[in-house]
Design a protein around this ligand. Structure first.
Ligand SMILES: [Zn+2]
Length: 468
């Protein structure tokens, strides 16, 4: 195996198999892997950098390769940190196909325009209130850019195997983490390179477990929770205890939630808790038009999740779906007890930021995080005990109770990641650990070495590796 500098990437198109880590290396965000095999160039994932400013600034830097030189793009799943850079890639000249599962395509048709609208709104808000250092503040891409990118999507079923080119095959297998989420294996001339994508949990209450991995020579595996074991408490018990405590004191519970996946899981759990009288019968608001649009998609992919049609219907009835902006604002004038679910899940943008401005200063209230909070996000700051957060240019005191649920995570813990790799038909020659903060990635490296005696590398941003 050769370790190459980034400069070597464009020079050597005939390396048998080469991978360059252009994102999610030393961080959980911006997933992008450039693969060269069989004389072709393929990009696996095309994610936006989110969180820390030094990471977000990478979204504005030119890519270290010409997008027109790519032969194909493949997406593991629809989350923006795996897909949200696609409009920039297409605007920069990429004209080829973007392969993804059918559910991913349908989620992206909601998420990419939404991502663009958020950026346009933030730029417009910054310009109106003049708090940006850039004048005028610009969005990274517009809704029109997002819609152009959507035209490049080629949906495939899950699981499936396709011939990308005459001598390059790609297979997609279920990753469990989100509707449509897949692990992707590329194969050419007997060399096999597997990307785990984001892996879900074996016993997730909503999604089915990831499929066992196919055989591979190299595996690129995520490590979001490479240093953690999830609470053995069932998420319903954990959630009921927190909600009951806040609601009993008349508090408002703000749940920053990813519109797709966590929102549906929470609605399902809240419906079950209400039915069992495990929590008081308070009003529940889902303030995310995208979550409302995504919920019916679950009906079309029953093999990917655990809910039947009756449970799906009941889930949609437990909350009042807030649509208009005026109705969203009016929630901020109400008092508790009530529960508000609103995007985004790390409180980096969206309607939840307005709710935080209204409710974070009151100690009766609760802010309940249900998923991973990347470094640099308002979510991570609140979990670290910050006394104030900056929202739309003004500092807002945080006196509400801050809670993190681990039982609702959509990522496997390190036991799950080890078990997934151990289920492979044979050990890979090398494993690359990505998509984790440095401590989590390094912890998983050590666990994999110890438990499975594998050769493990934690690549750095921009590093390349080639087979010899
Ligand atoms: Zn994800």
């Amino acid at each position: 195996m050769l370790r190459l500098s980034l400069r070597g990437v464009t020079d050597d198109r005939h390396a048998f198999m080469k991978v360059t880590f252009l994102g999610a290396a030393g961080a959980v965000t911006g997933s992008k892997y450039l693969v060269e095999l069989g004389g072709r160039r393929v990009l696996i994932d095309c994610g936006l950098f989110q969180g820390l400013k030094r990471l977000r600034e990478r979204n504005w830097q030119p890519l270290p390769f010409d997008p027109r030189s790519l032969d194909a793009v493949l997406l593991t799943h629809a989350h923006i940190d795996h897909s949200g850079y696609l409009p920039v890639l297409v605007r920069a000249g990429y004209q080829g196909p973007v392969y993804c599962t059918d559910a991913t395509r349908r989620l992206l048709s909601l998420m990419l325009p939404d991502s663009a609208r958020l950026q346009e709104e933030e730029a417009e808000y910054a310009n109106r209130h003049r708090f940006s250092k850039h004048s005028p503040a610009l969005p990274l891409y517009t809704e029109a850019d997002a819609r152009t990118a959507l035209q490049r999507l080629h949906p495939i079923s899950l699981p499936s195997q396709i011939a990308l080119f005459t001598d390059v095959q790609a297979s997609f297998s279920r990753a469990g983490h989100l509707l449509g989420a897949a692990s992707i294996r590329l194969e050419s001339h007997g060399e096999r390179l597997l990307f785990s994508g984001d892996l879900g949990r074996t016993h997730d209450p909503l999604m089915r477990a990831p499929a066992p991995p196919p055989a591979a020579d190299w595996v690129v595996i995520e490590s979001t929770y490479g240093d953690r074991v999830h609470s053995p408490l069932d998420p319903e018990t954990e959630l009921a205890a927190h909600l009951s405590r806040a609601l009993a004191r008349g508090g408002v519970v703000i749940v920053p939630t990813f519109a797709i996946g966590r929102a549906q899981l929470l609605l399902h759990l809240i419906r079950r808790m209400k039915e069992k009288h495990a929590i008081p019968d308070v009003p529940v608001y889902l303030n995310s038009p995208m979550a409302e649009d995504a919920t019916p998609l679950y009906l079309d992919y029953p093999e990917e999740h655990r809910l039947n049609a009756v449970e799906l219907a009941a889930m949609t009835q437990v909350a009042h779906f807030v649509t208009g902006v005026e109705e969203s604002k009016s929630l901020n004038r109400r008092s508790g007890p009530m529960i508000i679910l609103a995007a985004s899940g790390m409180a980096t943008g969206g309607r939840v930021v307005h709710h935080l401005k209204a409710f974070a200063p009151d100690s009766r209230n609760m802010i309940l995080f249900t998923g991973y909070q990347a470094a640099g996000t308002r979510g991570a700051a609140m979990l670290a005990g910050t006394e104030s957060i900056k929202c739309h240019g003004e500092w807002v005191p945080v006196r509400a109770e801050i809670v993190q649920l681990h039982g609702t995570s959509s990522h496997a813990d390190y036991h799950g990641l080890i078990a997934w790799l151990a289920a492979s038909p044979g050990p890979p020659r090398r494993v690359f650990v990505t998509h984790g903060e440095p401590a989590a990635a390094d912890a998983l490296r050590q666990h994999l070495r110890r438990a499975l005696e594998l050769e493990v590398t934690v690549p750095e941003q921009g590093e390349s590796f080639a087979s010899t």
